[in-house]
Design a protein around this ligand. Structure first.
Ligand SMILES: NC(=O)c1ccc[n+]([C@@H]2O[C@H](COP(=O)([O-])OP(=O)(O)OC[C@H]3O[C@@H](n4cnc5c(N)ncnc54)[C@H](O)[C@@H]3O)[C@@H](O)[C@H]2O)c1
Length: 336
């Protein structure tokens, strides 16, 4: 699946440039253009369907697949998510995973709204929202149930129903992302769980009345939920709870036709990630050991988010899907 980008928005282009400057280079191998296929093998979908229709009726007729993606310049009307409406929590800046997802949802035809911390809205979030023509931008501190409820009520009042909900929010105190896990304070534990886990449950609850069958909810997790990652500490335990919450919510909301999944991303250089002691060292080594030998970008994560938001994943719920270049399959990550 290809996530296409609109070329039109100059503001978006500027933020791309910034993001690329701060994101380590990922080897982009130019794909050599394939030699032209012999004419006889090239058939348009209508031609192929006509050939199938001409088969004797006793022979089972295979279905000819329709094209699922369209060229970038008309994907606003005809993308995978045309007509869908999405609300994205967690954009801090143009390096945020939430921003990568928002842009990709938009590129596939979805109408996207944003909710972020009040302090980020004016300088960071609104310019990004403007760059994709989004007018719905609401402040919310996810520690407050009333604020969460208000965002969804305003969404409903202005936009009607909701098809896609993206939760890309996490926080732990800096001192709890360094040193020993055993030293985690009670307050630090509460804070990490309140912001990084409970907020997901609260959002799903508030979104539910406005979501029709076929809707999709997703959150962002990390491998530190399963295995010990140095300094990830309380956040690893919070992510384990977030992944369990994903399964419980999926079971709760499944009968209403609402799917709930989590994306487990490999390390991405974002504001939050830099709060983890030793992130730079871990990040540097990642490319040398992960099977696909590449850093993870917000576009990589966004591709799977588009899949989870779309009917292509219509029977997938309660899952944790990795976007980590295969890192999680390794028993002993060793650089060559
Ligand atoms: N960056 C990585 O390496 C990585 C890897 C796997 C998973 N994730 C997860 O992806 C998600 C997005 O993080 P990111 O890396 O894009 O970093 P980010 O800093 O860009 O995003 C984190 C967001 O959480 C928001 N937030 C924190 N406390 C909040 C509160 N009280 N109320 C409302 N919003 C609040 C921040 O404002 C910010 O927008 C997080 O859940 C993170 O754990 C990140």
């Amino acid at each position: 699946m290809r996530v296409t980008r609109r070329a039109a928005s100059s503001a978006a282009d500027k933020s791309d440039t910034k993001a690329n400057a701060a994101t380590p280079p990922v080897a982009r191998v130019a794909t050599p253009s394939a030699p032209p296929a012999p004419q006889a093998q090239v058939a348009s979908a209508p031609q192929a369907q006509a050939a199938v229709d001409a088969l004797p009726t006793a022979v089972a007729k295979p279905r000819v697949a329709r094209r699922l993606t369209r060229p970038a310049d008309d994907c606003d009307q005809t993308g995978l998510l045309a007509g869908k409406k999405a609300l994205v929590f967690g954009v801090a800046n143009d390096h945020s995973i939430a921003w990568g997802i928002a842009r990709a949802l938009h590129d596939q035809g979805a109408k996207v709204g944003f909710s972020s911390m009040a302090s980020l809205i004016k300088r960071r979030v609104r310019p990004l929202a403007n760059s994709i023509g989004s007018t719905f931008v609401e402040a919310c501190d996810v520690r407050d149930d009333d604020e969460i409820r208000r965002v969804f009520e305003r969404w409903h009042a202005k936009q009607g129903n909701l098809d896609i909900l993206v939760h890309a929010v996490a926080f732990a105190e800096k001192e709890d992302l360094a040193g020993h896990f055993a030293d985690t304070s009670r307050d630090g534990f509460h804070t990490a769980f309140d912001i990084s886990v409970y907020s997901f449950i609260a959002m799903a609850r508030e979104a539910r009345p406005y979501m029709a069958p076929g809707s999709s909810i997703m959150t962002m997790t990390y491998y530190g939920a399963e295995k010990v990652v140095p300094h990830y500490n309380v956040m690893g335990v919070a992510k384990a709870a977030l992944e369990a919450s994903t399964r419980y919510l999926a079971a709760d909301l499944g009968p209403s036709g609402i799917r709930v999944n989590a994306i487990s991303a490999g390390p991405v250089r974002t504001l939050s990630a830099h709060g983890i002691a030793g992130f730079r060292t871990m990040y540097g080594a990642f490319k040398e050991v992960t099977p696909l030998r590449s850093y993870i970008t917000i576009e990589d994560v966004a591709g799977v988010a588009v899949f989870l938001a779309s009917p292509l994943s219509g029977q997938t719920t309660g899952e944790v899907i990795y976007v980590d270049g295969g890192f999680n399959i390794l028993g002993l990550p060793v650089a060559e």
